[in-house]
Design a protein around this ligand. Sequence first.
Ligand code: 1HN
Length: 348
Amino acid sequence: MPAAKPSPDAQRARAAYYDRIGEHHMTPLWEVLHALVPPLPSPRAQATMWRYAQLRERVLEAGRLISAQEAERRVLILENPGLRGQSCITQTLYAGLQLILPGEVAPAHRHTQSALRLVLDGEGAYTAVDGERTTMRRGDFIVTPAWTWHDHGNLGDQPVVWLDGLDIPIVRFFDAGFSEKSDQSTQQPLRPEGDALARYGANMIPVDYAPKPADPSRVFVYPFERTRASLQAIAQGTPDVHHGFKLRYVNPATGASPMPTIGALAQWLPCGFETKPLRSTDGTVVVCLEGGGEVKVGDVTWRFQENDIFVVPSWQALQLRADRDALLFSFSDRPVQQATGLWREQRL
Ligand code: 1HN
């Protein structure tokens, strides 16, 4: 039975009491208890869609207003409209669209935030992670684990655009952010391109390499052609009714996510396939790399096509339909929720 509403006198007495204890930095739990332990997630992040056609135009405009050198990183933050002013795309993750023009460099630095890049547009850029360069090709998934030196450059003749995803809100929550700039703006290559993939990414690892369970992946580029070939091969089989064909990117030496705070997935939906609705507690950023179709998140529906980016907030049901063979990339804080026993998923 709900409690009877207190009398006006009782309400005044309570308010005066709250004011008095407030001066001593105390506050009553019973006024906030239900909000503190909600019966189910009520995310402030909203389901949101960013269309690449618009993103591209706006980020190229930034290219005419500021150089990569002046900006340090020329990025437009994708800010969730439910989390204005917080530089968040979900409650725990940051995302932004980065542009590097021919001849530009983004100078070397490192920080305790972990970063991923998903290459969307253009050719001729590279990124370097702890002394090894990789050429950035469309669809490549590249990781920059915490405290690794990284710089980018564009040696080609086209603008190159990629999506950055970082765990900035998580590191901010823990007040554990450190960063420093390198005195060499471009890292000297210490190893040839492809070295990490050969040592750690060919179903073998160096004989004395013994990573700890939460160590990030030494493989720092997951080439799109490999991801695509795997998805196409498994798509000869029977799709899962909720996932279609979905694979998880891993640190090949541990089987854990490539970085401890961010998990990433790649999904293939054959033309005409419609998934059954699925919800999970990890608010997720989804990018369409190929094809297109329709997506329903909670009660909003959008069409999506190549390079469009959308957010699925915690515990909102996601349903996808492909009008053409579709390849989707997604990332979330799932490994953090799994390590802490919080992650839940419901197949509807
Ligand atoms: C960063 O280091 C990069 O290295 C991109 O490209 C975006 C956003 C916040 C903090 C550091 C990069 C970033 C960032």
